[in-house]
Design a protein around this ligand. Structure first.
Ligand SMILES: [Zn+2]
Length: 395
């Protein structure tokens, strides 16, 4: 089956008819449907699928009796996300297997196609949840206690999906991953030719800011008598924007929870989640310190309080230079570029698995949005590049 057919086949799963965006949160019906589609495709190809306790999957071409070459990505999405972030890597992996088989190639080591769960963290708030648990950097206890916006724990979500939470923990699948290559849509406008190779992933933090004040009547409370945490938050969001620009970094408040969330009430509490990223750890730390300092100063003026809790902090990932250069050689000098986006590839690389990433050109640079896009010709170039890389690594 060609890339075009595979792509079309899965493209309706989880798509919102109005926005054109995708919502495939971990262990939701849409993500399960996408997973079922993947399993069907593996069965069609005679690839034997192995699963670990949390539900990461690797489908094997050849018996995984020794470490193999694994490629793949994720099938989940952010809320109202794009079509390409994740599925492009899984679909391209299957298409690359088809291409290699059509050429008559036989890998000399097992070749795996992986799909890793809840990479976006859109349901349980933890990015790369599946790979972090698999690599043992997130304990089973902490993972199972995570809750979604409805208060459902991961343990309960697994049980509802028919999975025993007792199986969650470090994954035997990692021992089979001799090398990992993730193909992904590029998420900025960093690529001129259709395909590039990743150099590094910026360090990345998610921080919860809790601003507390005093709920009061919007009509009768004098402006000077208020302790309004919304003002403290608002100034903090502006400070984050300014500090990130000054540092050449990225800072985003994209999620809020407001209490009591009434039009005619001064709020008592605003919880805001900061996503911050920078080219290196020192810059990220000083960015967070600068934003926090300005938040605290403003809280003093507003008569409010602010508390900052890191929810997840991922260090910089420098992909191994030898493997990266090998890919560049196979791909005739493809450009090398860093990314500000986190990936399972970063978790696996930090866990010591030789890991590389391929990026497919994104003409607008838009990602995590229904407008995310890649040209079909570029996707086909991605499949060819991935097939060439797999052939080189598994010959
Ligand atoms: Zn992704």
């Amino acid at each position: 089956m060609s890339f075009e057919n595979l792509w079309r086949d899965q493209s309706a799963i989880g798509r919102d008819a109005e926005t054109g965006g995708y919502t495939r949160g971990g262990w939701t019906p849409t993500e399960r449907e996408a997973t079922t589609w993947f399993l069907d495709q593996c069965a069609t190809r005679g690839l034997a699928v192995e699963s670990d306790g949390i539900g990461n999957l690797i489908a094997w071409w050849g018996s995984p009796d020794r470490p193999g070459v694994v490629t793949g990505s994720h099938l989940d999405s952010v809320i109202d996300g794009g079509a390409f972030d994740g599925p492009l890597g899984v679909v391209s992996a299957l298409a690359a297997v088809d291409l290699l088989r059509a050429e008559g190639f036989t890998p000399s080591v097992p070749l795996g196609v992986g799909a890793f769960v809840e990479e976006e963290g859109s349901r349980f708030g933890m990015p790369c949840l599946g790979s972090r648990v698999a690599a043992g950097v997130l304990s089973a206890d902490k993972a199972l206690a995570l809750t979604d916006r409805q208060g459902v724990t991961l343990a309960a979500a697994l049980e509802a999906a028919g999975t025993d939470p007792a199986g969650v923990g470090p994954s035997p699948l990692l021992e089979r991953m001799g090398t990992f290559v993730e193909l992904h849509v590029e998420q900025g406008r960093g690529l001129t030719p259709p395909v590039g190779v990743a150099s590094s992933i910026w360090p990345h933090g998610r921080y919860r800011f809790t601003f507390e004040g005093e709920a009061n009547h919007a009509g009768t409370t004098l402006m000077e008598d208020r302790h309004d945490p919304m003002l403290t938050y608002a100034m903090t969001a502006l400070a984050a924007n300014k500090q990130a620009r000054l540092a050449g970094a990225r800072a985003t408040f994209g999620r809020l929870s407001i209490e009591p969330n009434g039009t005619n009430a001064v709020p008592s509490r605003v919880i805001a989640w900061l996503d911050a990223r920078a080219a290196d750890t020192a810059t990220l730390e000083s960015l967070l310190a600068a934003i926090t300092r300005q938040a605290v100063e403003r809280a003093e003026r507003d008569g409010t309080t602010v508390a900052v809790v890191p929810e997840s902090v991922s260090p910089i990932v420098d992909f191994p230079a030898g493997l990266r250069d090998r890919l560049v050689g196979v791909l005739d000098g493809a450009p090398v570029l860093p990314t500000g986006a986190g990936h399972d590839a970063g978790v696996f690389s930090a866990a010591g698995i030789p890991t590389a990433m391929l990026f497919v050109r994104n003409p607008t640079g838009i990602s995590h949005s229904p407008a995310e896009f890649a040209e079909e010709d570029d996707c086909l170039a991605g499949v060819e590049a991935l097939a060439a890389v797999l052939k080189d690594l598994a010959q």
